[in-house]
Design a protein around this ligand. Structure first.
Ligand code: FAD
Ligand code: SF4
Ligand code: SF4
Length: 670
């Protein structure tokens, strides 16, 4: 465990993560996604992570980064007014802590070897310059990089990140900023030119760049116009170089916003014994999130609401005190600095302060110009916002730049700080579905139940061509004439139950020949077949029938045999239709099969869901299988519509046609 302030102290434990993932309702409308400025989908990344395998965590992180390439940072600093405010659980037992889940997943993926790489397109030959390497500039670069542009980011400071570098360490570990940026730069041909201040952005248009995007943020402190203001420490200077400041005694902070709070906390970290904030707002008007209000309390910061500092006193050797004045907001007026009035005669001189920090807001140094090919994004364009909104705006402006350079119409963007763009290089299927079937590797766990109309060689070939990992040629018998009208298989009416899990009309010998051909042509697929046998009550002849069918299929090389121990539709009502409802009969038949079956060819005994209590049947089966520990066998519960078979046809919608599907759920017993 690392010290407080590093990402370890901010992310969840495995147990906390699982608890939050289980609390998610996976709401169909995804309100959390819609409320996120970059359209990041908590629904999807939490769903991806639910099982918790390393590949799931990496996929979840890639999902996050596909809409927010600063996903690690945002997990640590996103305020609760976006996704969390929209979370369906908010009014029930509290919102899911989505940012923290996000931060945890991204960090876990990085520790598991990194976010899965995104593909990078071939360069399109065009070049774009971005002025400013903060979240907005990085957002622009990520999209343009993914669209094939060569991007140069000019940054006046020595590192990329912009104001993210000013966010106090106890909230944002700078290692996360660095690793997110590294990932982002890998999204395309994106070069960082740090230590390069651009005085005249438009001049780059004549220097080989097809477009220029200004994302220089707000770096000019707003001035109050009070006496000796120049003696106050500026917010940027304190937060960017806190190691050079050593305070003792009381520190006064001018300002009541989140950055003023950051300055107050930083002043404490720099040694101040007591910190007081002076602001025009009263406590309830401070623009702080719930978490920030808690920080105010946790750090024991004093709040002086409706009091302004009117003068900084100096005695020649620095600050000797401050003068304050009470202010008021006239009745009925909304809070804004312009509405605030001084209350005369309320001046107070306080001599215990030697340090004052100015944190009332910032402006842009850069004047906006309307020139073709010159674009603006982020706080320089929208005023002070958040990391995620700056990224969202950057992504939107990148789409505008792309349209401009391709001579297309300007895309319609409904809200500057909501971007729907997702990185096209995201590979949404980075995990292998390979699985194991009784020791045989198969490409995926999805197997085709090939019953009429799809139980022929031709149809199986088509299924394999389309990637199915295997199939079961559906239940065939020896010398039992079966005729199934085609409509029976996919029509729902009072005579049929649209069952796709029916017996085959093909004789077993034909199925054996087709199995042989399939295995020859598709050795990497799991080709199985299904059969049954007679249930006449004459054990000796019945036994021969089941064993003969088993031997025939094994002789053709089948990779597994399924035995149909009941008819899901109820069949013609003979005992053979309901074998698996009779534990003793089920056990007897399984014993006959296991007696002669090859140990290497798995046997799957299919019980119909019409069985009312499965436990005595499983116990009986278990007893038999225990006699053959070296032989591979299991049960399946794969029937499709047994319960519908007992519905009164009057309750089924008239003339309802529907296709049905069947899944194979396999429960190995040995
Ligand atoms: C103290 C503090 C705490 C914050 N806390 C949070 C928080 O908890 N959560 C949150 O979401 N947001 C927070 N924010 C806000 C967030 O950091 C900003 O909204 C976001 O960084 C704005 O991104 P931007 O890219 O538009 O601008 P910036 O981040 O300001 O980036 C602009 C970049 O341009 C560079 N630049 C400027 N002029 C030039 C030039 N002429 N040539 C080259 N480069 C230039 C700058 O050096 C800078 O790197 C905080 C901000 C501050 C100051
Ligand atoms: S709104 Fe909340 S509960 Fe619903 S999917 Fe999003 S995070 Fe989960
Ligand atoms: S990026 Fe921020 S707002 Fe969006 S889902 Fe993640 S934590 Fe929520």
């Amino acid at each position: 465990m690392q010290k407080n302030g590093t990402v370890d102290s901010k992310i969840m434990t495995q147990h906390q993560l699982q608890t939050e993932l289980l609390r998610c309702e996976y709401c169909e409308e995804k309100p959390c996604k819609e409320a996120c400025p970059v359209n990041c989908s908590p629904f999807d990344f939490m769903m991806a992570a639910r099982v918790g395998n390393p590949s799931d965590i990496k996929r979840a992180a890639a999902e996050i980064m596909s809409s927010n390439p600063l996903g690690g940072v945002c997990g640590l600093v996103c305020p609760d007014r976006f996704c969390m405010a929209a979370c369906s659980r908010k009014k029930f037992d509290g919102s899911i802590n989505i940012p923290k889940v996000q931060a945890t997943l991204v960090e876990m993926a990085k520790r598991l070897g990194g976010i899965p790489a995104f593909s990078v397109p071939t360069p399109n030959g065009k070049k774009v310059a971005i002025i400013g390497g903060g979240p907005a500039g990085l957002g622009v670069a990520s999209v343009l990089g993914q669209l094939g542009y060569a991007v140069d980011i000019f940054e006046s400071r020595e590192t990329l990140g912009g104001m993210m570098n000013l966010i106090p360490d106890q909230r944002l570990d700078k290692a996360v900023v660095q690793s997110d940026i590294e990932f982002l730069l890998s999204l395309g041909v994106i070069k960082a030119k740090t230590g390069k201040k651009v005085e005249n952005p438009k001049s780059l248009l004549g220097q080989g760049y097809d477009a220029v995007c200004v994302t220089t943020g707000l770096w000019k402190p707003i001035e109050l116009g009070i006496e000796n203001e120049n003696l106050a420490i500026k917010m940027v200077d304190l937060l960017a170089n806190k190691e050079v400041y050593k305070f003792d005694g009381r520190v006064a902070i001018i300002g009541g916003g989140a950055t003023a709070l950051d300055c107050a906390i930083t002043a404490k970290e720099c040694g101040a014994t007591h910190v007081e904030m002076f602001m025009l707002e009263k406590l309830s008007e401070m623009p702080l999130t719930g978490a920030e209000r808690q920080e105010l309390i946790d750090h024991d910061i004093e709040v002086n609401g409706r009091i302004r500092i009117s003068k900084i006193q100096t005695g020649g050797k620095g600050i000797t005190g401050i003068e304050t004045k009470k202010v008021q907001l006239p009745e009925g007026q909304p809070f804004k600095p312009a509405n605030i009035l001084d209350i005369e005669g309320t001046d107070v001189v306080r001599t215990e302060f030697r340090t004052v920090v100015m944190a009332i807001g910032m402006r842009s140094y850069i004047a906006r110009e309307q020139i073709n090919g010159l674009f603006y994004a982020g706080d320089v364009s929208n005023g002070p916002s958040t990391v995620v909104e700056a990224v969202a705006h950057g992504k939107n402006i990148a789409i505008e730049i792309d349209a401009y350079l391709n001579k297309q119409d300007k895309p319609e963007i409904k809200k500057a700080t909501k971007s729907y763009y997702a990185m096209p290089g995201y590979n949404s299927v980075p995990v292998s579905l390979e699985t194991d079937f009784f020791g045989r590797k198969i490409n995926s766990p999805y197997l085709l139940s090939a019953s009429p109309l799809t139980d022929g060689l031709e149809q199986m070939n088509k299924a394999y061509e389309h990637g199915w990992a295997g199939g079961i040629m559906k239940t065939a018998f020896d010398n039992v004439p079966i005729h199934i009208p085609a409509g029976y298989m996919f029509t729902f009416n009072h005579l049929t139950y649209g069952n796709a899990d029916n017996v085959s009309g093909h004789p077993l010998d034909r199925v054996c020949r087709e199995v042989e051909q399939l295995i020859k042509q598709w050795p990497d697929r799991l080709t199985m077949a299904s059969t049954g046998g007679p249930v006449s009550g004459h054990d000796e002849s019945d036994r021969k029938g089941w064993q003969s069918n088993t031997r025939k299929l094994e002789a053709c090389g089948v990779m597994g045999i399924e035995y149909s121990l009941s008819c899901p539709q109820g069949g013609d009502g003979t005992e053979g239709d309901i074998v698996s409802q009779n534990a003793a009969l089920t056990a007897k038949i399984i014993d006959w099969i296991m007696e002669v079956g090859s140990p290497d060819i798995p046997k799957l005994f299919k019980l119909t869901a019409a069985v009312t209590s499965i436990v005595p049947i499983l116990r009986a089966i278990r007893k038999i299988l225990d006699k053959y520990p070296e032989k591979k066998a299991g049960i399946t519960l794969a029937n499709s519509f047994p319960s519908l078979a007992f519905l009164s046809s009057a309750r089924l919608p008239p003339n309802l046609d529907m296709a049905s599907s069947v899944t194979l759920s396999q429960v190995p017993l040995s």
